[in-house]
Ligand binder design. Structure first.
Ligand SMILES: Cc1ncc(COP(=O)(O)O)c(C=O)c1O
Length: 287
């Protein structure tokens, strides 16, 4: 089935969906994005992603392109036109198109909006989760505002490529203090040697993952111990279990770090349980 993308007010065939050469997203990475997981054709963790989108726009002083309600309609329509049942919907908003110059364009320059959606094979994702992935550590060389979900992802791209070249499924950034911050496109977690779930606190320079936030609620309801406290790659290697979270990966077990097996070198029971609890919750609350 042919895909359809929304670009600045028009739904176009994917191959013909284009933005201007002087779009500031293209010229300066001057834009933000969001990704929703689509479950049974509905948007998971809807409010969390929408709220973060408006926060990202506010932090960069990009005018919201339209109301939340109008954006919601575009997201739903893009999902519908692409007949996505399981997959993701991607939204990008940039500071618009203007003659290339670093300062902001004149007031009133309309932001650019792009929405795409794609189907993902749920069974293949489940098979991947059942096997688990390996991760590779990389120095965290990103800017100091990783709380903003900008399209400026070059360090993430390079880190993920390094991971791929070493056969790993995700890169984990490690800061100057030798502590794991997060993945190239996911938050990182361990079940430490004492049986406590741990993920980096949001005072650190990380993206406040929406999946992370929902999973903290799921963990509390399941009565498991959790701490928002950093860990080192060595602690991850010695952990009972590890996993990453994100709208694309949901809850994905990690079975080795830098070639060292974690736990038994296979997905652990807690990660597997949290994955199914998260998916159940996402489906129940998707809108
Ligand atoms: C750097 C980074 N950290 C964490 C996440 C996970 O965030 P969320 O759970 O909101 O998808 C992402 C998702 O794209 C990301 O790019």
């Amino acid at each position: 089935m042919s895909r359809v993308a929304y670009v600045n007010g028009v739904y176009r065939p994917h191959g013909q969906a284009v933005v201007h050469v002087e779009d500031r997203g293209f010229q300066f990475a001057d834009g933000v994005y969001e990704v929703w997981s689509v479950a049974d054709g509905r948007l998971a963790d809807f409010e969390g992603h929408m709220t973060r989108l408006f926060r990202s726009l506010g932090e960069l002083r990009i005018d919201p392109p339209m109301s939340r309600e109008a954006l919601t309609r575009v997201l739903r329509e893009t999902v519908r036109r692409n007949r996505v049942r399981d997959g993701i919907v991607y939204l990008q908003v940039t500071r618009g198109t203007a003659r290339r110059d670093h300062p902001f364009p004149p007031p009133g320059t309309p932001p650019s909006v792009v929405v795409t959606a794609k189907s993902m094979n749920f069974d293949a994702l489940e098979a991947k989760a059942a096997k688990g992935i390996t991760v590779l550590t990389q120095p965290d060389n990103r800017w100091g505002r990783c709380d903003i979900k900008t399209v400026g992802l070059l360090p993430n791209v390079l880190a993920r490529q390094a991971a791929r070249e070493r056969g790993a499924g995700e890169a984990l950034f490690v800061d100057d203090m030798g502590l794991v911050t997060e993945g190239a496109s996911a938050n990182a977690w361990i079940l430490d040697a004492d049986g406590v779930l741990r993920t980096r606190d949001t005072q650190a320079n990380i993206l406040r993952g929406v999946t992370r936030r929902t999973l903290l609620d799921v963990i509390a309801e399941a009565g498991l111990k959790v701490e928002e406290r950093p860990f080192t790659p060595e602690e991850m290697a010695q952990a009972k279990e590890a996993f990453i979270t994100g709208a694309g990966s949901l809850v994905l077990p990690v079975i080795a770090i830098d070639g060292q097996p974690i736990g038994g070198g296979a997905p652990g029971p807690v990660a597997k349980r949290l994955r199914s609890l998260y998916i159940e919750r996402a489906k129940q609350t998707a809108v």
